[in-house]
Design a protein around this ligand. Structure first.
Ligand SMILES: [Zn+2]
Length: 370
């Protein structure tokens, strides 16, 4: 049995003085392998990651760990509790309107300087110095900020402090109504094949405030900086976002399958010993972020979603049909929506009633097999 610890991390305070806390579970490895940080539920309605963390904790009790693993369910206590009627909201901070997964910190201004200062250092020193620099920069934001921080940034930076300690970071999300898919940096394409996830979006080295980017962008940029100096270095830092299906849904059986899929990847990275977990022989499709298209509804109405996730949709085949009862009798009550290129539907909007311009579907175009 691995050494196990539990901590309640205080990430903020509510108006009434009540502390906002996040549970942090730590499993200790033998120190030989890479360390891992996994969080779930930064977006309030995306609850399935909590069930996956439960199953991971159950499965990991039987494993011999070579790397430390930190698991953080309910990573955002405000978003998790942000209900409106029957629904959980929690994609955006209700006060500022900012997406909860766009508040992490990365400043690339020091990277070139750092690489020049450490041009001839060995890789272990570079890794530890650079990691310390990132941790210092977060600590500075948290502790020495005269003008304060938004509620969301305070939560995000504290999560990021834990993420920066690790070599491997997984951020567990879901889509609205969605297939399983991964966001994977282009340079880590090979890693996507160890998850039993049929769809992967390959993302470039550009920072937009998300947890996965906040982790891989610094290291990727550092790799590029050394490349310019004629050194090819691999810092072995990985970070992916795992989209576990649909929001507002807990499915413990499916969570077990996803936990096994994550362990398959972690075993490949030598975080756990043995060879119990093998990747399934499934088709894995990928596309570049620029080819991951949003289809906005051309009209308002009631949607009958027709296209199935993960099933190739030929140009001209119907994606959805829109019911417009206001037109019945003197116009078109039914409208079929089609695309003029081949695509692979990945997710769709959660409600059947949409305004003109609602994000109806997200689809792969120009996709290929991994
Ligand atoms: Zn999300």
């Amino acid at each position: 049995m691995n050494q196990f610890s539990k901590q309640l991390l205080t990430v903020g305070e509510m108006a009434s003085g009540v502390s906002l806390t996040v549970p942090v579970y730590r499993l200790k490895g033998n120190g030989q392998g890479p360390s891992v940080y996994i969080q779930a539920n930064i977006h309030g309605a995306e609850v399935q990651g909590n069930a996956v963390i439960y199953q991971l904790l159950e499965l990991l009790q039987q494993e011999t760990l070579s790397g430390d693993i930190t698991l953080v369910p309910y990573a955002n206590p405000i978003a998790s509790n942000h209900k409106n009627g029957e629904y959980t909201l929690g994609r955006f901070d209700p006060i500022t309107g900012v997406n909860w997964n766009r508040m992490y910190h990365f400043d690339d201004s020091f990277i070139t300087d750092f690489s020049l200062r450490h041009a001839n250092s060995n890789i272990a020193d570079i890794k530890s110095e650079f990691k310390q620099l990132m941790l210092d920069s977060i600590a500075d934001k948290l502790d020495h900020n005269n003008y304060g921080l938004t509620t969301g940034c305070r939560i995000a930076y504290q999560l990021q402090q834990m993420a920066h300690q690790a070599d491997i970071v997984l951020d567990l999300h879901t889509g609205p109504i969605s297939s399983k898919h991964l966001y994977c940096p282009e340079i880590l394409k090979n890693s996507a094949s160890y998850f039993n996830v049929p769809h992967t979006i390959l993302i470039p080295n550009s920072f937009d405030g998300a947890m996965d980017e906040a982790t891989f962008c610094p290291w990727w940029s550092l790799t590029d900086a050394y490349h310019k100096l004629g050194r090819a270095l691999n810092f072995e830092k990985e970070s992916l976002t795992v989209e576990l299906g649909s929001q507002e849904l807990i499915d413990l059986d499916e969570a077990l399958i996803d936990a096994q899929s994550i362990l398959c990847y972690l075993q490949h990275k030598n975080v756990l010993l043995g060879n119990k977990y093998q990747p399934q022989n499934i088709s894995r499709y990928a596309c570049y972020l620029k080819d991951y298209k949003v289809y906005y509804s051309p009209m308002g109405g009631m949607v009958d979603y027709l296209a199935e996730f993960g099933k190739p949709l030929a140009a001209g085949e119907p994606l959805a049909r829109i019911l417009r009862m206001d037109n019945y009798g003197d116009g078109n009550a039914l409208h079929y929506l089609t695309l003029d290129e081949d695509s692979l539907p990945i997710l769709h909007f959660a409600s059947a009633s949409v305004h003109q311009g609602t994000q109806l579907y997200k689809l792969f175009t120009n996709y290929f097999t991994l």
